[in-house]
Design a protein around this ligand. Structure first.
Ligand code: SAM
Length: 238
């Protein structure tokens, strides 16, 4: 199932270019830092992993805090190669330079309880199974560590009805299929932020910050959640 979402074709596409341009524009405008600030994310002196790092925009922002260790993981080799060049151009010489690794959530090549902070922004719409992915993110987190995630809620496609043409319909279809079958057969599944919070609770994380910005017709477009891994394993996991 996981393989379905791995891009074997490492071409530089229009989407890679557009995404990178927009991501670094947001970084320059201070939007990325603001998002980290809203979640009260602190990377200083911590071991930090960014899963689904794309072109490395978040890694550049996190590096300015001088983390003890900074690693970015992505399934897409093209994004990793763009990220490598962009990070070299953008990073402050005194900042921690991140290591980039190709790997696919939900199979991360790290031992249990390695990181103090794991970020995973806008990747949930693409993972094969929400609970399996979140469990893997929690696995590599130390007890007391912080997980920060974001994804798209049911209001997201409404903002782009005109620009995306058929894509909003595809997103709703993907979400209906996932709800009915438990399988993500199409990319870009939307999530109910409440369900994501319930899963986090079930796997032993306490949600401490929720930021649902950009609501459309009362539906969350993008959710941002920070959660803390508890020191004890929940009964359901034993
Ligand atoms: C929308 S981009 C987000 C990039 C970055 N995190 C950000 O917030 O700008 C989604 C990223 O997740 C990566 N991705 C998708 N599925 C993945 C998986 N199963 N494991 C690791 N990365 C994945 C994609 O290659 C892409 O770089």
């Amino acid at each position: 199932m996981g393989k379905r979402f791995i891009m074997e074709n490492n071409e530089l596409t229009k989407w890679h270019r557009a995404y990178t341009q927009n991501a670094y524009h947001e970084l320059e405008q201070g939007i990325t830092r603001k998002q980290l600030g809203t979640l009260n994310i602190k990377a200083a002196d911590r071991k930090v992993l960014d899963v689904g790092c794309g072109p490395g925009n978040l890694l550049v922002a996190l590096s300015t805090d001088n983390p003890r260790l900074l690693i970015g993981v992505d399934v897409d080799a093209t994004f990793l190669s763009i990220g490598y060049s962009k990070i070299k151009e953008s990073i402050n010489p005194s900042s921690k330079v991140p290591t980039l690794i190709r790997a696919s959530l939900p199979t991360l090549p790290f031992a249990d309880e390695t990181f103090d902070l794991v970020t995973c922004f806008l990747v949930m719409p693409h993972v094969p199974d929400d609970k399996v992915a979140l469990t893997e993110l929690a696995r590599v987190l130390k007890p007391g560590g912080t997980l920060a995630i974001s994804g798209h809620g049911f209001g997201f496609p409404l903002r782009y009805l005109k620009r995306f043409r058929l894509k909003p319909l595809q997103m709703y279809l993907a979400s209906i299929i996932y709800k009915g079958t438990g399988k993500k057969l199409i990319r870009n599944t939307l999530q109910s932020e409440k369900k994501i919070c319930n899963v986090l609770h079930d796997i032993g994380l306490a949600v401490d910050v929720q930021n649902y910005n950009k609501k459309v017709l009362g539906c969350v477009a993008t959710y941002w959640i920070r959660a803390t891994k508890s020191d004890t394993i929940p009964n359901a996991m034993q």
